[in-house]
Design a protein around this ligand. Structure first.
Ligand SMILES: [Zn+2]
Length: 243
């Protein structure tokens, strides 16, 4: 309320006026406040009760779309609510950035996939920051970075040494146009959703993780250091197993 209600010319009290919500002023102000104070940064030795909120790490396809807004709003609400309850909420963010779209863009435009990917990460980071999402950005991971792939390969070797990763020919969806393997979700009516080429079934040599390992941790679709050497999620693994 900007002013106290007063009597108008008719003698009746005026309706109280309320300052309008001005997102261009109010939101950057508070976002800067949280950032400068590290409100949502959590150190490993934080004495508060511990809490962990992890949203899916997005594939960086560009600026956020409404699916991102919906997804990350839920996680943001949980992070803020638990923080206000006095917990140390670790809410990291990262990017599932090692993938087919960057390869296709590189083929089509001649732009290096790292350049293409890093630019789209900045677009997505800017969007989810502007909607007010709070994360401990000090803990960001990018699955296309050598530092990340180093640990993917280390975990793979541990699985391999334990006899939980093995090599075998297995059928995949192959797009002759993109020259890549496709997930089932990328095949629409027998055609590649990107290039429209008819998808072939091919047997490819690949590394597979034993079923016990798939439910306990990450699994791999191809051996490092080839293109698919990053870990896939358990749900993606189950999708692959249904092929
Ligand atoms: Zn294709």
């Amino acid at each position: 309320m900007s002013e106290a209600a007063s009597a108008g010319p008719s003698g009746a009290p005026d309706a109280p006026t309320i300052d309008p919500y001005r997102p261009q002023e109010i939101e950057p102000h508070w976002q800067a406040y949280w950032r400068e104070r590290g409100t949502y940064e959590v150190d490993n030795d934080d004495p508060r009760p511990r809490s962990y909120v992890l949203c899916m790490y997005p594939y960086p396809s560009g600026a956020a779309h409404m699916g991102h807004v919906r997804n990350y709003t839920f996680g943001d609400l949980l992070t803020r609510y638990r923080t206000m309850q006095g917990e140390a909420v670790l809410s990291p963010m990262g990017f599932d950035s090692f993938g087919l779209p960057a390869e296709n863009a590189a083929i089509n435009t001649g732009v290096h996939p790292r350049t293409f990917t890093d630019e789209r990460i900045e677009m997505l980071r800017s969007s989810i920051t502007r909607i007010g999402g709070v994360y401990d950005w000090r803990r960001e991971v990018r699955s296309h970075s050598p530092e990340y792939i180093h640990w993917s390969q280390w975990i793979f070797l541990k699985l391999f040494e334990a006899g939980l990763a093995y090599r075998k020919a297995a059928p995949v969806n192959w797009c002759p146009g993109c020259q890549t393997v496709l997930a089932n979700e990328q095949v629409v009516d027998g055609r590649c959703e990107r290039s429209g080429d008819a998808v072939e079934r091919r047997d490819l040599e690949q590394h597979l993780a034993a079923a016990g390992a798939a439910t306990a941790g990450p699994s791999w679709c191809c051996p490092p250091p080839t293109r698919c050497s990053s870990a896939v999620t358990t749900s993606a693994w189950r999708g692959a197993a249904r092929r």
